[in-house]
Design a protein. Structure first.
Length: 494
């Protein structure tokens, strides 16, 4: 063998040995490193956000335990205020198990050459424990849940104002459902959640909201009373019934139903009657002679039917409408006036001067001397203000001791009226004092006929004496004569 060949062979053996030893070294290094990563996590390994790069199970558990010890639970209120509870205050600790070891076992350590680079984020089911009672206490002690910081919700309600009634809006308040929040916090901490945001559903709400349909309906019902206006066509200026009075009539119950105080309605109707009833009132009257006399009594005038008017008000007061009408009268007069309701068409009877006048629209259409009731035998004709009740032709007047046929009979007070007196040749003067009628107004035949033709039923009759008289006849009593005197009562008083 040549020397060159021997040298080449030795060189090959040396090189082969070197390569062999290098391969053995690399293989040993590979297995050594694989063995290392059998007990250590690959570089870049992150468990639940915690880096466990090249850590053993024990080291990783310590690191996770430290992270758990640093746990902070944050609660945010509906208003955006944040409050924190730290782990130590609720004994929040990590409970080691096989979770980290199982992850390490599953990391395929022989693939360390491929998996040792890059970040590897893994989910770790961490088992923790904490003291629920301490958590509840921590939640309950937060400043936002103290009584001086919380306001209870307020239901919307109806309130009286100077102008009527209105809905006072509901107030949400900030009274939290504390037991529910404690439960939510416990659940959050159990799952490792570190943030809890409260919403409207976690706070107590008013039971009656501002837009509650029943409340709105109740307000509409109440305001219907206050929006009702009755404009009375009465008197010279009229009368208005509106909320200024009605608001004092109604009482709103706890369920917002409305009760009307009928005694106050009675008082109002009495007020109307007292102001506008003119039946039997004493009136000032300017006579045909130009002077003014006071006349009372009679059955003429406005009379409000109080029962029917009350019923009408009660039926209208909750309508919410503006109503224009007259009061409910059971008797009316010619002119709507609480001071002078006779008008300018009327019959005037001056008993003292034994003269009568008929005015139509302010103009004298007829006048004549008369003979009225015989005052000497207590048959004086009734004074007061009346109206023509009816007219009758060819009537027969019958009394206790008389029977007279007349051609025209115009009744104004009970059975007293104007009529012709063909049996008389003379009228006027002082005949009535000793030879007067049984109470009727005797007239010349032609005058009675003319009056009958132009006189309308319902025309006011103003009859008066200019000197004091005492009327005691039954017809004066029944007709509400101004000068009627009940002698029997005087006798009883004596």
């Amino acid at each position: 063998m040549s020397k060159q060949k021997s040298t080449a062979k030795v060189l090959l053996i040396v090189i082969g040995s070197i390569v062999f030893f290098l391969l053995v070294a690399l293989l040993v290094c590979y297995y050594f490193t694989a063995s290392y990563y059998a007990k250590h996590f690959f570089p870049g390994t992150v468990l639940n956000g915690v880096s466990v790069d090249k850590m053993t199970v024990e080291e990783a558990e310590d690191k996770v335990a430290q992270e758990v010890a640093d746990y902070i639970f944050t609660l945010e209120t509906r208003e955006g205020e944040q409050y924190q509870i730290i782990g130590p205050d609720i004994d929040y600790v990590y409970v080691p198990g096989t979770e980290i070891s199982d992850i390490l076992d599953a990391q395929e350590n022989y693939q360390w050459l491929v998996k040792r680079s890059g970040k590897k984020e893994l989910e770790l089911e961490v088992t923790t424990t904490f003291d629920e009672k301490k958590l509840d206490q921590q939640i309950a002690s937060l400043a936002c849940f103290q009584s001086n910081a919380m306001k209870s919700p307020q239901d919307a309600y109806i309130q009286e104002t100077t102008d009527g009634y209105e809905i006072v809006p509901a107030v949400d308040g900030n009274l939290v459902k504390l037991e529910k929040v404690k439960e939510m916090a416990r659940e959050a901490v159990h799952t490792g959640t570190d943030y809890l945001v409260l919403t409207d559903k976690d706070y107590k709400k008013p039971e009656v909201k501002t837009k509650d349909k029943q409340l709105k309906k109740a307000l509409d019902n109440i305001n219907a009373y206050l929006h009702t206006t009755i404009q009375y066509d009465v008197g010279e200026q009229g009368e208005r019934l509106d909320q200024s009075r009605i608001k004092d009539w109604i009482t709103v119950q706890d369920d917002y139903s409305v009760i009307v105080d009928e005694t106050k309605v009675d008082s109002y109707v009495q007020y109307l009657a007292s102001k506008y009833n003119t039946y039997g009132d004493v009136r000032k009257f300017k006579t045909s002679e130009g002077d003014t006399v006071k006349i009372g009594g009679g059955d003429y005038g406005w009379v409000i039917d109080k029962e029917k008017e009350k019923a009408q008000i009660l039926s209208e007061v909750q309508s919410g409408k503006t109503i224009q009408r007259e009061p409910v009268f059971n008797q009316t007069a010619v002119v709507k006036s609480e001071n002078y309701d006779i008008g300018d068409t009327y019959v005037e009877v001056d008993y003292t001067n034994q003269h009568m006048y008929y005015y139509e629209k302010g103009k004298l259409k007829l006048d004549t001397d008369i003979v009225s009731g015989n005052v000497s035998i207590h048959n004086g004709s009734p004074d007061g203000i009346y109206k023509i009740v009816y007219k009758e032709r060819d009537a027969t007047l019958i009394g206790e001791d008389y029977e007279s046929d007349v051609g025209c009979f115009m009744v104004f007070a009970y059975n007293v009226g104007f009529h012709d007196a063909s049996w008389r040749n003379e009228f006027g003067k002082e005949i009535y004092k000793t030879s007067g009628s049984h109470g009727c107004i005797n007239m010349p035949q032609e005058k009675a006929e003319k009056l009958y033709q132009i006189l309308q039923i319902g025309t006011p009759v103003v009859a008066y004496y200019r000197e004091p008289v005492e009327l005691t006849a039954e017809n004066a009593k029944i007709s509400n004569a101004y000068s009627y005197v009940d002698k029997s009562e005087e006798g009883n008083q004596q």
